[in-house]
Write a protein that binds this ligand. Structure first.
Ligand SMILES: NC(=O)c1ccc[n+]([C@@H]2O[C@H](COP(=O)([O-])OP(=O)(O)OC[C@H]3O[C@@H](n4cnc5c(N)ncnc54)[C@H](O)[C@@H]3O)[C@@H](O)[C@H]2O)c1
Length: 399
């Protein structure tokens, strides 16, 4: 089928585009390359040397015999170009990765907060409005986050896949059953944009009968998929800096380059995780099994396991012999939390989970060691503070 992959130059989007192309689909990547520009802004590039978009695509053509097209469109700001693409190309599905995805980056300053909201909400709304205006009957698959549920207030309850069954009391003492979007509790401006996205999907499914799957994804770890590993020119980006490096990948890079494993606070935070290979597979499963146009967005929790941060650090320390250092937490978040989440839907569709124990942490360490000479250790600490009080605590610690 024809599939537009918005944000297909990024960490998750690139391996997804290759996977779908290898599966025989016709792919156009739509990306404004903003993530590459943010590398320049932060002075912290991918640990792996990613090739220019055209070089990547030429390498894929040479190796697979398959063509992937590229459209440089800003999905948040170039509405007319996006709508024209949908009209002319008429995709059967759209995968939407095109958002600013780092919580620390979204909390750096007022301008970063405003950019993240404008970019992410603008991009999602433009896609939805363009789908309605063009009349294209596409299935939209969006990458959201497990962070929309928040990490504090569940008191040990299992987080359902998007919707909560509740009973609403009536004045006469009777009750009726209702299925509502699970209450949200975002922990950063970035997470808040994903909450706003959810409500946009809710409205457009109800009003226009669009078909949407919102994948509430856990933290993605790993770097290679079978396709990105085929050739150096296809190498995937690998972020390790304090803004874009996600927790497990950062620990593995720290250990590989001789930096202590930096745990925020007590490390009692529990988060959901998924390997990049499974992330790519989940998107394919969602595309191959589209939902009916029943007026509701379909929501899956796209994760395979949950871990406490200090336990992850200990695992990486055991694997590599690296020391662990507890540092001031720049984030405002619960220092300890439990996380139990239902994630049966994708398993029922055929996902076979790749877990931390499957030997792939060693693969990430090997990749990090191979490119260790490209690591700028001064970019490793996470210095983006959520509040003034957190910024003061960080500054005091540095003095
Ligand atoms: N990486 C993770 O651990 C993780 C976890 C949960 C959810 N997600 C979600 O998955 C998606 C992809 O994440 P990623 O890690 O690949 O991020 P990324 O930053 O590597 O990729 C995002 C891509 O989107 C592009 N983009 C951003 N704004 C755009 C715009 N306005 N127009 C066109 N292109 C635009 C960027 O240039 C980049 O290539 C994001 O929406 C993110 O929220 C990622």
């Amino acid at each position: 089928m024809r599939i537009a992959v918005l944000g297909g130059d990024g960490f998750c989007g690139w391996p997804c585009a290759l996977n779908l192309s290898a599966a025989g689909h016709e792919i156009v990547i739509v990306d404004n390359l903003s993530r590459r520009r943010i590398d320049a802004e932060l002075g912290a590039g991918s640990l792996t040397p990613i090739a220019a978009p055209e070089e990547r695509l030429a390498a894929w053509r040479e190796l697979s015999g398959r063509e992937i097209a590229l459209e440089r469109i800003d999905v948040a700001r170039e509405y007319e170009r996006l709508a024209a693409l949908l009209r002319e190309w008429s995709p059967a599905a759209i995968v939407h990765y095109a958002e600013q995805r780092a919580a620390p980056y979204s909390m750096k300053s007022a301008s970063h907060k405003r950019y993240t909201v404008d970019n992410n909400v603008g991009a999602t709304h433009n896609v939805l409005a363009a789908m309605v205006e063009s009349g294209v009957d596409a299935h939209l698959v969006h990458l959201g986050t497990m962070g929309v549920y928040g990490y504090g207030a569940h008191r040990g309850a299992t987080v359902p896949e998007g919707y909560l069954e509740i009973e609403v009391p009536l004045p006469d003492g009777t009750r009726f059953a209702e299925r509502i979007l699970h209450p949200s509790d975002p922990g950063s401006v970035y997470h808040m944009t994903k909450v706003l996205d959810q409500h946009l999907f809710y409205f457009y499914c109800k009003n226009d009968g669009l078909r949407v799957t919102d994948l509430h994804q856990g933290v993605v770890w790993g770097t290679h998929t079978e396709h990105t590993a085929r050739d150096e020119r296809l190498v995937n980006r690998f972020d390790y800096d304090g803004d874009y490096g996600t927790v497990l990948n950062r620990f593995l890079v720290e250990a590989a380059v001789g930096y202590p494993i930096t745990v925020h606070g007590s490390g009692g935070q529990t988060r959901a995780f998924i390997h990049l290979r499974d992330s790519v597979r989940c998107v394919q499963l969602a595309l191959e099994n589209p939902p009916p146009a029943d007026g509701k967005a379909r929501i899956f929790n796209q994760m395979t396991e949950a871990h406490r941060v200090r336990e992850l650090a200990a695992k990486v320390a055991r694997l590599t012999g690296a020391p662990i250092e507890h540092v001031v937490n720049p984030r405002k978040e619960a220092p300890e939390n439990e996380l139990r989440a239902d994630h049966r839907c994708l398993v029922d569709l055929g996902l076979k989970a790749t877990t931390l124990d499957d030997g792939l942490m060693e693969e990430v360490v090997a990749v990090a060691r191979r490119y260790a000479h490209r690591c700028d250790k001064s970019k490793i600490p996470s210095v983006s503070a959520w509040t003034r009080e957190r910024a003061r605590a960080l500054a005091w610690r540095r003095e």
